[in-house]
Design a protein around this ligand. Structure first.
Ligand code: DPP
Ligand code: ZN
Length: 868
C-alpha cells in the first residue's frame, strides 16, 4: 500500500460534469453501464491520460463517445485510457458481483436487499470513476431488477420514471440535480415496506419523507420519522438550512459497517441505528438513533451541499456535523447531561487514541487507508474544535460565520481552512494560532498552580501548557486554550472577577495562548475556589493539585453542573490512583462523603445524580496512569471502591430502586430517561452484595414485569453482573427464547453477555458458534467481539489469553471485511502502556496478525504503526 499525503494534493486532470448510470441486477452478477460527461481541467496543458479508479471490474466494453476503446491498461485498481479531445463522454459496461462482496463497500447484498456504501472509496467497486470528493457531478441512475423480488428501486434525487420490462423485470430512474462526489451515491433494490410522512419547509415546500425497512421491522420506524422531522425543523431554526430535494428517504440495512450514511436524499442506515420501539430499544438506543438521524440529515448541508476537497478534510464535515448533532441533542433534552456523556466518551476513547501509536491530528497529514481515519479524533475531537471556535467568537458571530460558509461554498468541495476563514472574516478574530488544533496531534496538558496573597487580597493562577510528541510530530507549539471559569467562595457563590489577563467578562472565558501564563485576580478578601474549564471548554488534560476541600466544594456546590460532575470524577480518580499505587483496598473517606452528599441533594435531577454517582471507567484509570499499568490492580481497586459504595449505602440503593419504579406508560424524554438511569444504577449497586437475594428478586421482578426495554435491561444487567451465575443464565436463556426472532434484541443479548463481568475467552468463543451469530454481519461481530474488547476486566484477565484470541479473529475477519477487522486492532495497540509481561503478550498478538497471511492495507497500516 502507498502513503497518500495532504501536501501532494493536486486537482484532477479531468472533471466529470454528469454521470449517467444503468444498474442491471441479475442473480449472480450485476451489469453497470456508465456514461461520464467529462471535460479537461482548464489549468492542465496537453491531453494527459485519463486514469480512473476501478476495483474488481469485469470489462465488457469501453468507449469514448461512439468510438470503442481497444487500447487500455487495467492493472491494480486503475484504468488508464487516452482521450483525444478536451470534452467527451467516457462509456463503460462492466460486470460486478455484489453477491460475493463481503467488504460491504460498493454494491452488496444485505440479506435479500441490494444496497450500497460508497464512502470513502466504495464507488470504484461499482464502476470506473474519478473516485475523489473534489469531482462533483449531477447523477441520473436507472436501476433494473426482477419485479417480484425487488419491488422497491431507489437512488439519489427525485424519481422521474418507472415501468415494466420483459421477463418480469422493471426499472426506475432517479435524477439528482445537485452536484455531488461519488461517495454520496446510493442505490437500493429490495422488498421493503415503507412508512410515509411529510414535512413542510420554512418556505412552504412540501417534502415527502419515507423510511424503508424489511416487512418484519415495519413497526419500528415511527421514532426515527419523528426524529427526522424534528431535525429538519431544528436545522431551519438554528442554522437557517432548508431541505432541497422533493423527497428524503432512509433505508434500514442489517449489514452495515458504520452507523449510517448521508447519501444525497437517500440515507442508508445500519438497522441498529434507526429501528426502535419501546419494547426493544433502551433509552440509550433511542438517544443514539435520534442523534444519528439528525447527524445524517444535517450532513445534507454540512457535507453534501458543501463537501470536502480531499479526505484530509474529513473533519470539515464530520467534526462540524457531530458538533451540530450535539447541539440538537442538547436542545431536545438536557445540555449538561449531553456534555457529561460526550466528555466521558472523549476521555475514554479519544484521549487514549491521542496517547497511542495511531495518534493523528484532526486534519491528518497522511494515510495509507482512509477508512482507518474515521476516528474519534476526526469526529469527536473535531467537534470539540468547532465548539472552541464557537466559544471564542461567540454565538452571534459563530452563526454568521456558518451562514457565510454555506453561502460562499455551496456546491463546492473545500477545506477546513475555508471554514475557519469564514469565522475569522465575520468576527475579525485572527485564528491562525488556533488552527494548530487541526494540525497538531495529542492532548495538551495544562498544569495549574494557585497562589493567594492575603495582604494584597490578590489571587493568581499560573497555567503552563505542554504537548507530548506524537508519531511523526516531534515539534509542538502552544495552543489557543479557552478556559471558561469562575471564582467561587466556600458556599459555592460566584465572585466578581477583576483580572489582568485575557479574560472576556461576557463569555467568562480566559484564553491561554502562551506556554506559560499567569493571571492575577484582585479584590479578593479570601482565597477563592477556582472552577476551571467549565463545561469542559477545551479538550485538555488538567494537572491541578487542588486542595481536597476545594474540590469537595466544587463537587457539591458548583453552580456549573458539569463541573460538579468533573470534580466528583476527580475525587474518585485521585482516590483510585492512590489505592492502585499503594495496593490498598480501602476507599478514602472523601469518596463516601461525595456519595452521601449527592444522594442527599434534593436539587439534582436524576440523570445528574446518576452521573455524579458513577465511577470513572477502568479505561480512564489506564489513561491516567499511562505507563507500566497493572491491569489487575486497577480492577482490584475499582471493584473494591464499587463494592464499598454498594455496601455502605445499601439501604439508600434499595430505597432508590424502589422509589424510582414507575408503572406509567413508557416515554422517552430527558426526565424519564434520567429516572430509569438512576434506578438502574441503584439496582446495580444494590445487587452487588453477594448473596443478596432481596436485590436479585427485585431485579428479576423488574425484568419480568418490564413493558419497556430500559427496565428490562436494568433488571437483567443487575443479575448478570451479580455473582449468581445460575440465576443470570436462566434469565439470559429466557431473554433469548422470548426474542430470538428480533435482530436488534439478539444483538442486545450478545452484547449483554460480552460486556458482563466474568465473561471468558471460552464463553466468547461459544457465542461465536451460536446459531444466531454470523461473522459476515458487522453488528453481530461488534456485539460479541466489540463488547469483549471493551470489557476491560475480561479482556485484560489474569491469564492474558484474550489477546491471542482476538488476533486470530482479526485475521479471520480481515479476509472478509477489512474495514471491520481493522477496528479491532485498537484493543491491542496501546500495549506499551501496560506492564512488561502483559505488554509483551499484546505485542505478540500484533505480530501474529502481521505474520499470519495476507493482510489488507486497513489492518496493515494500524498494526505496523502499533509495532513501530
Ligand atoms: N459519513 C458517515 C457519517 O459519519 C460515515 N459513517 O455519518
Ligand atoms: Zn457524519
Amino acid at each position: 500500500p502507498v502513503t497518500i499525503r495532504l501536501k501532494d494534493y493536486k486537482q484532477p486532470d479531468y472533471w466529470i460534469k454528469n454521470t449517467k448510470l444503468v444498474i442491471r441486477i441479475f442473480d449472480d452478477y450485476t451489469e453497470v453501464l456508465s456514461e461520464l460527461s467529462m471535460v479537461k481541467n482548464e489549468s492542465v496543458r496537453g491531453l494527459p491520460a485519463l486514469v480512473l479508479d476501478g476495483v474488481d471490474q469485469q470489462i465488457q466494453s469501453l468507449a469514448f463517445d461512439n468510438f470503442v476503446i481497444t487500447e487500455y491498461d487495467y492493472s491494480g485498481e486503475q484504468l488508464t485510457v487516452q482521450p483525444t479531445a478536451d470534452e467527451f463522454v467516457f462509456k463503460a459496461v462492466t460486470h460486478i458481483e455484489p453477491e460475493k462482496n463481503t467488504s460491504l463497500e460498493g454494491l452488496y447484498k444485505s440479506g435479500s436487499t441490494y444496497c450500497t456504501q460508497c464512502e470513502a472509496e466504495g464507488f470504484r467497486k461499482i464502476t470506473f470513476y474519478l473516485d475523489r470528493p473534489d469531482v462533483m457531478a449531477t447523477f441520473s441512475t436507472r436501476i433494473e431488477a426482477d419485479k417480484s423480488r425487488f419491488p422497491v428501486l431507489l437512488a439519489n434525487g427525485n424519481p422521474v420514471e418507472a415501468g415494466d420490462l420483459d421477463s418480469d423485470r422493471h426499472f426506475a430512474t432517479w435524477e439528482d440535480p445537485f452536484v455531488k462526489p461519488a461517495y454520496l451515491f446510493a442505490a437500493v433494490a429490495g422488498d421493503l415496506v415503507r412508512k410515509d410522512d411529510s414535512f413542510t419547509t420554512c418556505s412552504g415546500r412540501e417534502i415527502s419523507l419515507r423510511i424503508f425497512a424489511e416487512p418484519h421491522n415495519a413497526h419500528k420506524t415511527d421514532f426515527a420519522m419523528d426524529a427526522l422531522k424534528r431535525s429538519m425543523r431544528w436545522d431551519e431554526e438554528k442554522y437557517g438550512r432548508e431541505y432541497d430535494l422533493d423527497i428524503f428517504m432512509i433505508v434500514a440495512s442489517d449489514y452495515f459497517n458504520m452507523g449510517a450514511m448521508e447519501n444525497k436524499g437517500l440515507n442508508i442506515f445500519n438497522s441498529a441505528a434507526v429501528l426502535a420501539n419501546a419494547d426493544t430499544a433502551s433509552d440509550d438506543r433511542f438517544e443514539r438513533i435520534e442523534a444519528i438521524v439528525a447527524h445524517e440529515y444535517f450532513h445534507n448541508w454540512s457535507g453534501n451541499r458543501v463537501t470536502c476537497r480531499d479526505w484530509f478534510q474529513l473533519s470539515l464535515k464530520e467534526g462540524f456535523t457531530v458538533y451540530r448533532d450535539g447541539q440538537f441533542t442538547s436542545d431536545m433534552h438536557d445540555a449538561t447531561v449531553k456534555r457529561i456523556k460526550d466528555v466521558r466518551f472523549l476521555k475514554n476513547t479519544q484521549f487514549p487514541e491521542d496517547n497511542g501509536p495511531n495518534a493523528h491530528p484532526v486534519q491528518p497529514q497522511e494515510y495509507m487507508e482512509i477508512n482507518n481515519f474515521y476516528t474519534v479524533t476526526v469526529y469527536e475531537k473535531g467537534a470539540e474544535v468547532v465548539g472552541m471556535i464557537h466559544t471564542l467568537v461567540g454565538d452571534e458571530q459563530f452563526h454568521k460565520g456558518a451562514d457565510l460558509y454555506f453561502e460562499r461554498f455551496d456546491g463546492m468541495a473545500v477545506t477546513t481552512n475555508d471554514f475557519v476563514a469564514c469565522m475569522e472574516e465575520v468576527s475579525g478574530m485572527d485564528l491562525t494560532q488556533f488552527k494548530r488544533w487541526y494540525t497538531q496531534a495529542g492532548t495538551p496538558l495544562v498544569k495549574v498552580e494557585e497562589r493567594y496573597d492575603a495582604e494584597q487580597q490578590q489571587y493568581s493562577l499560573s497555567f503552563s501548557q505542554s504537548l507530548k510528541t506524537t508519531p511523526g510530530q516531534s515539534e509542538k507549539l502552544p495552543m489557543v486554550i479557552p478556559v471558561k471559569m469562575a471564582l467561587l467562595n466556600d458556599a459555592g457563590d460566584e465572585l466578581s472577577i477583576d483580572c489582568d489577563g485575557n479574560f472576556n467578562p461576557e463569555t467568562r472565558v480566559l484564553t491561554l495562548t502562551e506556554a506559560e501564563t499567569t493571571v492575577t485576580f484582585s479584590n479578593l478578601a479570601a482565597k477563592p475556589v477556582p472552577s476551571l474549564f467549565r463545561d469542559f471548554s477545551a479538550p485538555v488534560r488538567v494537572d491541578f493539585n487542588q486542595a481536597e476541600g476545594d474540590i469537595f466544594t466544587l463537587a457539591t456546590k458548583d453552580s456549573n453542573t458539569y463541573n460538579r460532575f468533573d470534580a466528583a470524577q476527580k475525587i474518585y480518580l485521585d482516590a483510585l490512583l492512590g489505592m492502585i499505587s499503594s495496593g490498598s483496598e480501602a476507599t478514602p473517606a472523601i469518596v463516601e462523603q461525595v456519595v452521601e452528599a449527592t444522594l442527599a441533594d434534593e436539587s439534582l435531577s436524576h440523570a445528574i445524580k446518576a452521573a455524579l454517582l458513577t465511577l470513572p471507567s477502568y479505561q480512564m484509570l489506564v489513561d491516567n496512569i499511562q505507563q507500566n499499568v497493572d491491569a489487575e490492580l486497577i480492577v482490584k481497586a475499582r471493584d473494591a471502591m464499587r463494592n464499598r459504595i454498594a455496601e455502605q449505602f445499601s439501604a439508600q440503593w434499595q430505597q432508590l430502586a424502589e422509589q424510582l419504579a414507575s408503572a406509567e406508560d413508557y416515554q422517552f424524554n430527558a426526565q424519564e430517561a434520567g429516572r430509569r438511569e438512576l434506578q438502574g444504577l441503584a439496582l446495580g449497586y444494590f445487587a452487588l452484595m453477594t448473596g443478596n437475594s432481596t436485590a436479585l428478586n427485585a431485579a428479576e421482578a423488574l425484568y419480568r414485569a418490564a413493558h419497556n426495554q430500559t427496565d428490562r435491561l436494568n433488571g437483567l444487567r443487575a443479575v448478570v453482573n451479580s455473582t449468581n451465575r445460575s440465576r443470570a443464565n436462566a434469565m439470559l436463556n429466557h431473554f433469548y427464547d422470548s426474542w430470538k426472532d428480533d435482530t436488534q434484541m439478539v444483538e442486545t443479548w450478545f452484547s449483554m453477555q460480552s460486556a458482563s463481568d466474568g465473561v471468558s475467552v471460552d464463553s466468547i468463543s461459544a457465542l461465536m458458534q451460536h446459531e444466531a451469530f454470523d461473522i459476515t454481519n458487522p453488528n453481530k461481530v461488534r456485539s460479541v467481539l466489540g463488547g469483549f474488547i471493551s470489557n476491560f476486566k475480561s479482556f485484560h484477565n489474569s491469564a492474558g489469553d484474550a489477546y491471542d484470541f482476538v488476533a486470530e479473529k482479526i485475521c479471520e475477519l480481515d479476509a472478509l471485511n477489512p474495514q471491520m477487522a481493522s477496528r479491532f486492532v485498537v484493543s491491542l495497540e496501546n500495549w506499551k502502556v501496560f506492564s512488561e509481561k502483559r505488554g509483551a503478550l499484546m505485542k505478540a498478538a500484533l505480530e501474529k496478525i502481521l505474520n499470519s497471511g495476507q493482510r489488507s492495507p486497513d489492518v496493515l497500516e494500524k498494526v505496523q504503526k502499533a509495532l513501530a
